[in-house]
Design a binder for this molecule. Structure first.
Ligand SMILES: [Fe+2]
Length: 152
């Protein structure tokens, strides 16, 4: 029987994943202008990833004898793309932190540790990806053009 503390933490995670489903879907719906072409699919893909994680975690909570929550936290939204990317990075970083805490509580339960680590890997990929997307791409582009000119 899993500790109540672990089930409570998994439910906090589930709530966060449901928040991700709504937050990323909304970001995908409202993005307009030329960047819609690039980011609408990306955000909807991240909503699907959150849904996939919610499914895994919800099933696991029941397997451990708990009852999954069916609520979410407030979403953060903006029409400013930079801001949406920042919200996304913060969302992914919070997920990493939450799965790490669950991992501490799961210590000694090898299959559960592997289950959580598997998802943690996805969350860290999210952090890495949004970190790269938020880097000053116009400055990077200018540097690339500059070095291309020099070598040409
Ligand atoms: Fe997730």
């Amino acid at each position: 029987m899993a500790s109540q503390e672990l089930i409570t933490q998994l439910n906090e995670i589930l709530k966060h994943e449901w928040t991700g489903v709504a937050q990323y879907s909304q970001a995908g719906f409202i993005i307009e202008g030329v960047w819609r072409e690039v980011y609408a699919d990306r955000f909807l893909g991240d909503a699907k990833e959150s849904f996939g994680h919610a499914q895994l975690v919800g099933d696991k909570i029941v397997a451990l004898g708990g009852v999954p929550v069916a609520t979410r936290n407030e979403i953060r939204q903006s029409r400013d793309l930079q801001e949406v990317l920042q919200f996304s990075l913060e969302f992914e970083a919070k997920a990493v932190e939450m799965y790490e805490k669950a991992l501490e509580l799961a210590e000694g339960n090898r299959p559960l540790v592997i289950f959580l680590e598997d998802i943690l890997k996805d969350e860290q990929e999210g952090v890495d990806e949004y970190t790269k997307l938020l880097r000053n791409s116009s400055a990077a582009g200018a540097a690339a053009t500059h070095s291309a000119k020099k070598s040409g």
